[in-house]
Design a protein around this ligand. Sequence first.
Ligand code: CTP
Ligand code: K
Ligand code: MG
Length: 181
Amino acid sequence: METVDTVVWALWAMLPAYIPNNAAVLAGGGRPIDGGRTWGGRRVLGDGKTWRGTLIGTAAGTLLALGLTQAAPGVSAALGADLPTFSVRAGFGLAFGAMLGDIGASFLKRRTGRERGAAFPGLDQLDFVVGALLCALVTAPSWFTETFTFPVLVVVVVATPVLHVVTNGIAYLLGLKNEPW
Ligand code: CTP
Ligand code: K
Ligand code: MG
């Protein structure tokens, strides 16, 4: 595959993992997952991880995967590029995994004394990527190995933090997010 094709393939494959956290920012609120419980004097997860945000984020990513699968033949033809499609298990794995990765990061932030909204450089940009890839590996193993070849994984790990910084910066400037990370 040409480099450009690898980048297009990788970004398309990761879209169902990119959308959930942004959907959660728009849709979040209500009852926190940890129900207000603490561990070691600090919140288990904090008020930033809610049932509603997690559910809507997961649904948004899964539905996007289904839409991308419908659109793939047409867009592939228009771009003259090859694009991945998603089974429901693949889309759900990426979307739910992205939310789980973000939740896991909040758990680590609270354990290391970081309050809600505090930055954790590195973790903030890659938590959802690791979560999404691991979860998709479990829910759709053969799809995963066909879709995420080594060069594709390299593109994902390099490009995602850049995209994350840009999208969160925009969300912050638009007043949708309290912090630009
Ligand atoms: N959100 C949510 N449920 C999730 C993830 C996010 O409701 N599972 C919403 C919350 O309103 C949250 C906002 O999206 O405040 C921004 O998400 P994020 O930056 O991940 O959370 P923070 O509030 O910064 O909290 P933390 O320090 O735990 O990351
Ligand atoms: K986060
Ligand atoms: Mg935050």
